[in-house]
Ligand binder design. Structure first.
Ligand code: SF4
Length: 149
């Protein structure tokens, strides 16, 4: 049976920065018949829950992986290392579980695909990928955004 990596917060794990989850009935329906592998890169990378919200500054997740952008929380603390570590652990998990696809949380600085928050903590969006989404894509895993959230 086909396995798919899914942002853990979409599957009932209260791992978001605010200590909550973000379920999606549309996502659950779309995953029927597949083996779901829940994973939270920010938790895996060593960040606590709850935690301060963080956003990408100076570029998207690809730029973070290239060393030209960073991830900063709303108190100004640089959490780039934790985000990059979590991304690599997500890749390890996807590979070990045989996932060719990942369905991730939209807009997140880790999990976002195609659009992410713009780094101002004002709710604005810019084109780009989160750090984990970028790393998975670079290693041939198809990343899509979850529906219904
Ligand atoms: Fe959800 Fe991804 Fe954020 Fe973890 S890092 S809380 S899985 S969006």
């Amino acid at each position: 049976m086909e396995s798919v990596l899914v942002s853990a917060c979409l599957r009932g794990v209260p791992c978001r920065y605010d200590g909550r989850d973000k379920p999606s009935a549309a996502l659950d329906a779309s995953l029927e018949g597949r083996v779901v592998v829940p994973f939270c890169p920010e938790s895996a990378g060593g960040l606590p829950t709850p935690r301060r919200p963080a956003e990408l500054v100076g570029g998207d997740g690809h730029a973070v992986l290239d060393g030209t952008a960073k991830v900063v929380d709303d108190a100004g603390e640089d959490v780039t290392a934790e985000f990059v570590a979590g991304a690599h652990l997500a890749l390890d998990r996807a590979r070990s579980a045989g996932c060719a696809e990942a369905v991730l949380m939209p807009r997140s600085p880790s999990c976002g695909r195609g659009r992410v928050y713009d780094g101002t903590f004002g709710g604005g969006l810019v084109p780009g990928d989160g750090v984990t989404a970028a790393l998975l894509e670079r290693h041939g895993i198809t990343v899509t955004s979850a529906p219904g959230v």
